[in-house]
Design a protein around this ligand. Structure first.
Ligand code: TXA
Ligand code: MG
Length: 329
């Protein structure tokens, strides 16, 4: 259990420009005072994250969040009313108070109100915005438990990394409920556009604000070649994906490989992880399963893709980023 004193200590550390990892409903975040360039610099160092990848700012409520953007359009009013606190991030024009380093020099900022009691308690006690990317090293799988966060940063502690650039504290709020990162929606264009799919789907958003577009790479997902592939959220073990129609071509047993299958257990494969046949439950467990497999020293991981249907969109997006397409050589 996290007590009041833990929150107070976390707030003190954050005010001192240190990093504190905290749970959200999606994944664990690596938090820093969003108004301090020095603290934000530490996030980039701790993660090994390229400076051109902007951060998400977290707020205790939408009234506070809107003070950090110069435009609060009708869509934002509606979406915040329906989905906040929750796994939706909105991109809007930023105020000057937010340092450029937080937004990679962009004139826009990504903001959200997370739906997790500990995160909200921390944000209220801190009284300002916390910049928090997922609490993993850059390009690794996002953490969904406090233990995952410890694993991520144990290595850099062992390597003798400068202590102040590592998380000074990890607030443990158990396993994350959603399991994959928030939906990111850009509200700076004429037509709101999904930049990253998540639990809140395009259909959910359309019900509230009407027209919603999708960034091309999200729609095109399947057709991307491995070379162009954005490597993100990926295990270290080579990970291959295949569609159910390719089952006949994949013989993982020959190589002692493991297959993640969303639907049925396919008898001729020995080592199968039967993932839930429900997008929300699948998402909740996905990163923990990938991490576990990654720790097993396997030669490769094979993933049978869930059906190409809208409700599986966010899970397929993360799987596509984590893998390369299987092809018969
Ligand atoms: O669920 C989440 O969103 C988690 C938890 C901790 O809140 N955070 C998270 O942060 O996933 P991160 O840094 O791993 O991902 C931030 C995403 C990136 O895809 C980034 O490119 C996008 O948000 N982003 C941030 N600021 C942006 C901006 N101004 N314009 C467009 N995209 C932006
Ligand atoms: Mg991330």
């Amino acid at each position: 259990m996290v007590g009041v004193t833990d929150i107070q200590r976390a707030v003190q550390l954050l005010r001192g420009g240190r990093l504190v990892a905290f749970p959200t409903e999606t994944v664990y975040g690596l938090g820093a005072d969003a108004t301090s360039p020095m603290a934000i610099e530490r996030i980039y160092r701790a993660k090994g994250r390229p400076a051109n990848n902007p951060l998400i700012l977290h707020f205790a409520d939408s009234e506070t969040a809107r003070r950090y953007v110069t435009d609060w359009p009708g869509e934002a009013v509606k979406l915040a009313g329906v989905f906040w606190p929750g796994p939706l991030t909105l991109v809007l024009p930023k105020v000057k108070l937010i340092p450029d380093i937080a937004t990679a020099g962009l004139g826009t900022v990504a903001i959200r109100v997370p739906n997790h009691p500990l995160a909200l308690e921390l944000l209220r006690a801190f009284g300002g915005p916390l910049a928090a990317p997922s609490a993993n090293r850059s390009n690794h799988v996002s953490p969904t438990t406090a233990e995952h966060v410890r694993e991520e940063f144990a290595e850099c502690a062992a390597a003798g990394g400068a202590e102040e650039n590592e998380p000074a504290m990890i607030l443990d709020g158990g396993a994350c409920e959603v399991g994959i990162e928030s939906t990111v929606l850009d509200l700076t264009d004429l037509i709101p556009k999904i930049l990253r799919p998540g639990k809140i789907s395009a259909a959910d958003l359309r019900r509230v604000i009407g027209v919603v577009g999708q960034a091309e790479r999200v729609e095109a997902g399947v057709a991307r070649s491995p070379g162009q592939q954005e490597k993100h959220y990926a295990p270290v073990t080579p990970t291959y994906r295949f569609e159910t129609s390719q089952r006949g071509l994949v013989k993982p047993d020959d190589h002692g490989l493991v297959v993640l299958s969303p639907l049925r257990v396919f008898k001729k494969w020995g080592s199968i992880i039967a993932m839930p046949n429900d997008p929300a439950a699948y998402a909740q467990h996905l990163y923990a399963v990938l991490r576990e497999l990654d720790g097993m020293g396997l030669k490769a991981i094979f993933v049978e893709m869930p059906p190409e249907r809208a409700e599986w969109g966010a899970v397929r997006d993360r799987l596509i980023r984590a893998s390369v397409p299987f092809s018969v050589v």
